[in-house]
Design a protein around this ligand. Structure first.
Ligand SMILES: [Zn+2]
Length: 321
């Protein structure tokens, strides 16, 4: 396998769409494995050790899941289904486990399931440029830029330091990104008069607006267009919370706050106070957020938090529950 072949395979991961939801399980398992590889120079790991941190990554950066039982074992799906030309999965006796293995945490633990990226993959990743390009590709294809920092931190991947040692162009050459429209941010900020559509923040430094960003409602990486119906001007804090699913939108364009969001300080609780507040209306002639994009964000990103208020049900396999 060459470096280009590895990147092509990572770009073509089969995505099991669960009821039309984005399924970033495999990219998240891979990013976590890349973080481990950077730290320990091996990706060998038992399911036992991977379940908690990988499930947490999927719960934090994947679409929400209602049942707490399913949330605890979300690592099982990518652990079983990661492509076998990349991933070697074996039981306690060293026998290969095929992709028909049940994707249940208890079953995998019971059989001592343990996996490791194939030796030829690890050999390629030992070259830092390839490790960076692989991480960058997974981030660009499946997430949104505001999540890069928190995601890398959660995955234990120090991409900033890695990239300092590797020229950025190396990664860019391998990853054919969909071009972002250059004037998109300016158009969005202007339409909202350089004001956060949720809280009204409008700070400037001298004459220049600061801490304001153009947010995609449907992520650019998930075919979200660079246009006003898919955009909001948000302050940096509310942009981050919106991309993480702590904040969302109702169909009638009001702010929703996830039931999972908690804060003790006055500043932290100010976010709760946004609940029900109508979004700022863009200036006349500019399109407001479209229903379809709001619905996408509601299904794919917003952490409803219903699980917390429900009576825990029996552990359900996979993400269907
Ligand atoms: Zn704001």
């Amino acid at each position: 396998m060459t470096r280009e072949e590895l990147l092509a395979r990572l770009a073509a991961l089969r995505q099991a769409q669960v009821r039309g939801r984005r399924a970033p399980h495999k990219p998240l398992l891979l990013l976590w494995l890349l973080g481990r590889f950077e730290a320990y120079a091996t990706t060998a790991v038992g399911y036992d050790d991977a379940e908690e941190p990988v499930s947490r990554l999927i719960n934090d950066f994947g679409p929400p899941v209602r049942s707490p039982g399913a949330a605890r074992q979300r690592a099982a799906m990518p652990f079983v289904h990661l492509e076998r030309d990349l991933w070697d999965l074996r039981d306690a006796d060293g026998r290969e486990m095929g992709p028909d293995t049940p994707e249940r945490g208890a079953w995998l633990r019971e059989h001592g399931a343990h996996g490791r990226l194939r030796p030829q993959v690890e050999r390629l990743l030992a070259e830092r440029g390839t490790l960076v390009a692989a991480s960058r590709l997974l981030l660009d294809q499946h997430f949104t830029p505001a999540l890069e920092g928190p995601l890398c931190e959660a995955a234990g991947l120090d991409l900033t330091t890695l990239e300092l040692t590797v020229h950025r162009q190396l990664a860019d050459r391998a990853v054919r990104r969909r071009q972002r429209r250059a004037d998109f941010a300016e158009e969005v900020l202007r339409a909202y008069a350089y004001t956060c559509a949720m809280c009204g923040y409008d700070g400037r430094l001298g004459r220049h607006p600061v801490g304001l960003e153009a947010a995609h409602i449907r992520w650019h990486s998930q075919d979200g267009p660079d246009d006003l119906p898919n955009a909001l001007a948000l302050c940096a804090l509310h942009h981050a919370l919106f991309d993480l699913g702590a904040l969302g939108l109702t169909p009638d364009r009001r702010v929703r706050v996830s039931a999972l969001y908690v804060a003790g300080s006055t500043a932290g609780r100010a976010v709760d106070a946004l609940a029900g507040r109508p979004l700022a209306v863009p200036r006349p002639g500019s399109a407001p957020p479209a229903d379809t994009h709001i619905a996408w964000h509601g299904a794919q990103v917003f952490k409803e938090g219903a699980a917390r208020r429900r009576v825990p049900g029996p552990a359900a396999p996979g993400d269907g529950a």
